[in-house]
Design a protein around this ligand. Structure first.
Ligand code: ZN
Length: 670
C-alpha cells in the first residue's frame, strides 16, 4: 500500500515539477567509451578514413586559411572561434584511429598551445582583445574574456585526446577551467557573448560530467547544473511537444535558434546528460518523445531530419546540413552509452550508412552544405531551403561553399562512428553496438583480449568475430540485433548455436579461448516504408535504396566561395513504383550483390556493392519546379491518379549513400 502511494505521488510529481530541478544522483553511463586507439578500423571503413586523412581532414591546417594562418588557437591573431576546435574534434580521433604520426603531430601543436597557455584563473583559448591590449584576465573581470561556445568544442577535443594518450596535463587543465566557470558563470553567463553558447550548453555539460566520472568532485555536477540552468531548456522542449510542432509550422525569424538544425542535433543528448546527473528517468522518456516527434514531423528517408538550416518538415525535397547530421550522430553515440537503448543504435547506423556518405565527394575535398532526399539535381539555386543564402551555393559540392562550419566539422562523422563501434560493458565485457570491419583490443581485467570483426556489413549480412587472448578469458560479449532483422542466427565454432529476433541486445557469457570464432547472420529482408507526402521508400537491412542515375558533373567558380561542382542526371528520374512492387517487394525486387568489396571501394555509384532491380513507370508531368521535384499528389493509398506512361521499365536502385542525384521517396503508380 505504501509503495502505491509513493508511485502515485511520483506520478503527480511528473506533471508538477519542471524537468530542471537539480538534485544529484549521478548514474555512470551504462556503456563506457573505449580509447580512440583501441579500435582499429579495417576494410571499407579503414579506406574511408584514409581518404579523409589524405583529403581535407588531414590537411585543413595547410589548405584553409582560418585554421592555418596565424591561428588564434596557436596564439596568433587569426581566427579563434569555432572552426579550429571543430577540425580538431574530428582530426584527433582520426589521427589515433589510423595511428598516423604526421596527423598526430599536426593536432598536437594546437593541443599543446592550448594546454600551455591556460591563464592562472583557469580561462583558456586564444588571446582576447583586452589581453592583446595588455590587460590580464582575472576573476574580477571575466567579461573581458570571450565566447564560451568554441571552448565547449575544445573541451571535447581534450577529452578525446586524453582518452587516446592519457596525457597527464589534461585532467588538471579541465579541473581548473571548470572551477573558473563555476566561479564566474553567475556574473558572466553562457549568453554573455553569443546565443550559440546558450543553444549548445550540453557540450559543456558532457565533459564536466565525464570528468566527474573520473574525479567524483561534486562541484562538477554543480557546474553542470548551472550550465543547464543558463542554456536553452532542450530537455523540457523535447519532452513537451509544442516545440517540435511549432518548428514544423513556422519558418520565421522568431526563435530561429530553437529550430536551427545543428543546435537540435547537439541538443538531442541533453536529456540523457540530465538523466546521468540526476537519475531522473523522466528525462529519458522525454528524450524518446522528442526524438520520435522530430523524426515523424521532420524525418527523411535517409535517417536524418530536415535541417536546411532550420527544421523544415518531412517533404522529401527538403535538405539537411552536414553539421546537423554529424552532431546528431555524436549525440546518439553519447545517448547509447547512457541508455543502452537499441532504438538509438539503429537510428545511428541508418543515418551513418545512408545520409553521411552522400554529402562529400570521393576524395573528401568537397561537401554539400545541404543534401536533399529526392535530389534530382545538384546546382546553385534557392530550392525550398529555409536558408537559401544570397549566393545560392548551399546545395553544390565545394570546399568553401555554403557556410564553412561543415568543412571544419564534417570529419567527426566517420571518425566518431569508428570510435563508438565497441563499448565496454559494466560487467567487464565488450559490446558491439554498431557494426563495421575493425579489430578491437583492450585489457579486460588481467587479460589482453582482441576481437577481429570481419565483415562487409552493411552490404552483407554475415559478421565473423575471431577472439584472440593470451589465456582463456571469461567475459560477456554483447551484440546488437537490429530492429529490422526478424531472424538473427549465430554460432560459436560451428556449434553453440542461437537465434533471436531484432530490436535487442544478446549477451554471450562464457570463457572465451584463443581462436574462438563467433559468426552472426543478420538476414536483410526488403521492406517498404512510408515517408512525407505519402511517398514510399525501399529499404533492405540498414540501407535505404535510391534510383540509380548516370551523373554529369560540371565545374564552376564563384568569386567568394571558390570552385564548386554541380551534378545533373543523364537519364529520366520521374519514375513511380508500381503497386505490384509495393504489395510484394520480395517477389518483385531482385537483389544483386557484389561482395567481397573491391579494394578501391569508395561511396560512389560505380562502386555500389548491392543493386536492387525492379520495375518503374514514368510520370510525364512530374517535373522540376523551383529547383526541386515535388512529389505528385497521391490518394490515401499513396497512389498517383494522373497520367502514367503505358510502358513498364526496368529500373535499378542502389544504396542511397552511393548516389549524388536520385529519387528515394517514390509515388505509387497503378
Ligand atoms: Zn555546418
Amino acid at each position: 500500500m505504501k509503495t502505491r502511494i509513493i508511485l502515485l505521488f511520483a506520478g503527480i510529481l511528473a506533471v508538477a515539477v519542471p524537468l530542471r530541478s537539480q538534485s544529484y544522483s549521478y548514474k555512470a553511463p551504462l556503456y563506457a567509451e573505449l580509447a580512440p586507439g583501441a579500435i582499429r578500423p579495417e576494410g571499407w571503413l579503414l579506406r574511408q578514413l584514409q581518404i579523409m586523412r589524405d583529403g581535407t581532414s588531414g590537411h585543413l591546417d595547410e589548405v584553409y586559411a582560418k585554421v592555418s594562418n596565424s591561428n588564434g588557437w596557436l596564439g596568433g591573431t587569426g581566427d579563434g572561434w569555432e572552426e579550429t576546435p571543430y577540425w580538431l574534434d574530428g582530426a584527433v580521433p582520426l589521427a589515433y584511429l589510423l595511428n598516423d604520426p604526421v596527423l598526430k603531430a599536426k593536432v598536437q601543436r594546437y593541443i599543446d598551445w592550448t594546454l600551455e597557455h591556460q591563464r592562472p584563473t583557469g580561462y583558456f583559448g586564444p588571446l582576447t582583445k583586452t589581453e592583446r591590449e595588455g590587460m590580464t584576465l582575472t576573476l574580477a573581470n571575466p567579461k573581458d574574456g570571450e565566447d564560451w561556445w568554441p571552448k565547449m568544442v575544445m573541451l571535447k577535443v581534450m577529452q578525446q585526446y586524453y582518452q587516446a594518450t592519457g596525457d597527464k596535463r589534461v585532467i588538471p587543465f579541465l579541473q581548473k577551467y571548470f572551477a573558473y566557470q563555476l566561479a564566474v558563470l553567475k556574473e558572466c553567463p553562457l549568453g554573455q557573448w553569443t546565443e550559440w553558447a546558450v543553444s549548445r550548453g550540453s557540450e559543456n555539460i558532457l565533459v564536466a560530467q565525464w570528468l566527474y566520472g573520473i574525479t567524483h568532485d561534486p562541484s562538477l555536477l554543480e557546474l553542470a547544473a548551472l550550465v543547464e540552468s543558463q542554456a536553452f531548456p532542450w530537455s523540457l522542449w523535447l519532452g513537451n511537444r509544442d516545440w517540435v510542432i511549432h518548428a514544423a509550422a513556422y519558418q520565421d525569424e522568431a526563435d530561429w535558434m530553437h529550430r536551427h538544425g545543428v543546435n537540435v542535433g547537439m541538443a538531442l543528448k541533453a536529456p540523457a546528460l540530465n538523466y546521468q546527473r540526476t537519475g531522473d528517468a523522466r528525462f529519458l522518456s522525454g528524450q524518446k518523445t522528442g526524438i520520435n516527434d522530430l523524426l515523424t514531423l521532420h524525418g527523411l528517408p535517409m535517417g536524418i531530419f530536415s535541417a536546411d538550416e532550420d527544421l523544415h518538415g518531412n517533404n522529401p525535397e527538403q535538405g539537411t546540413e552536414l553539421c546537423a547530421l554529424v552532431e546528431t550522430m555524436y549525440s546518439l553515440e553519447q545517448t547509447i552509452a547512457v541508455t543502452g537503448d537499441v532504438q538509438y543504435m539503429d537510428a545511428l547506423e541508418k543515418m551513418t550508412f545512408n545520409a553521411l556518405p552522400t554529402q562529400t565527394t570521393d576524395d573528401y575535398n568537397a561537401k554539400q552544405y545541404f543534401q536533399i532526399a529526392n535530389q534530382v539535381q545538384v546546382k546553385r539555386g534557392v530550392f525550398t531551403f529555409s536558408l537559401p543564402f544570397s549566393r545560392q551555393m548551399t546545395n553544390v559540392f565545394g570546399m568553401r561553399s555554403g557556410y564553412t562550419c561543415c568543412l571544419a566539422n564534417m570529419h567527426q562523422g566517420w571518425t566518431k562512428f569508428a570510435t563508438h563501434l565497441w563499448y565496454a560493458t559494466p560487467e567487464g565485457g565488450l559490446a558491439a553496438l554498431e557494426y563495421a570491419p575493425c579489430t578491437v583490443e583492450v585489457k579486460l581485467g588481467e587479460r589482453l583480449v582482441s576481437i577481429a570483426e570481419r565483415t562487409d556489413y552493411p552490404f552483407d549480412d554475415k559478421i565473423i568475430f575471431t577472439i584472440k587472448c593470451d589465456k582463456p578469458a571469461a567475459f560477456p560479449l554483447q551484440l546488437r540485433i537490429p530492429s529490422w532483422c526478424t531472424g538473427a542466427e549465430w554460432d560459436i565454432n560451428g556449434s553453440e548455436t542461437g537465434k533471436d529476433t531484432g530490436g535487442k541486445l544478446i549477451t554471450l557469457n562464457r570463457t572465451w579461448k584463443n581462436g574462438d570464432v563467433l559468426t552472426i547472420r543478420l538476414p536483410m529482408n526488403i521492406r517498404i516504408t512510408q515517408w512525407g507526402r505519402n511517398s514510399r521508400a525501399v529499404e533492405r537491412g540498414p540501407l535505404v535504396y535510391a534510383l540509380k542515375l548516370g551523373e554529369r558533373w560540371e565545374k564552376g567558380t564563384e568569386p567568394t566561395e571558390g570552385e564548386y561542382w554541380s551534378v545533373f542526371p543523364t537519364g529520366p528520374w520521374n519514375f513511380g513504383l508500381p503497386q505490384s512492387v509495393i504489395k510484394d517487394p520480395a517477389a518483385r525486387i531482385e537483389v544483386r550483390k557484389a561482395v567481397p568489396l573491391a579494394p578501391d571501394f569508395v561511396w560512389n555509384a560505380a562502386h555500389a556493392p548491392v543493386e536492387l532491380v525492379t520495375t518503374g513507370k514514368r510520370i510525364p508531368e512530374w517535373k522540376i519546379v523551383n529547383d526541386v521535384a515535388p512529389i505528385p499528389q497521391t490518394d490515401r493509398h499513396g497512389l498517383f491518379k494522373g497520367a502514367v506512361s503505358d510502358s513498364t521499365e526496368t529500373i535499378t536502385l542502389i544504396p542511397y549513400g552511393f548516389t549524388k542525384v536520385r529519387i528515394v521517396a517514390f509515388p505509387i503508380v497503378p
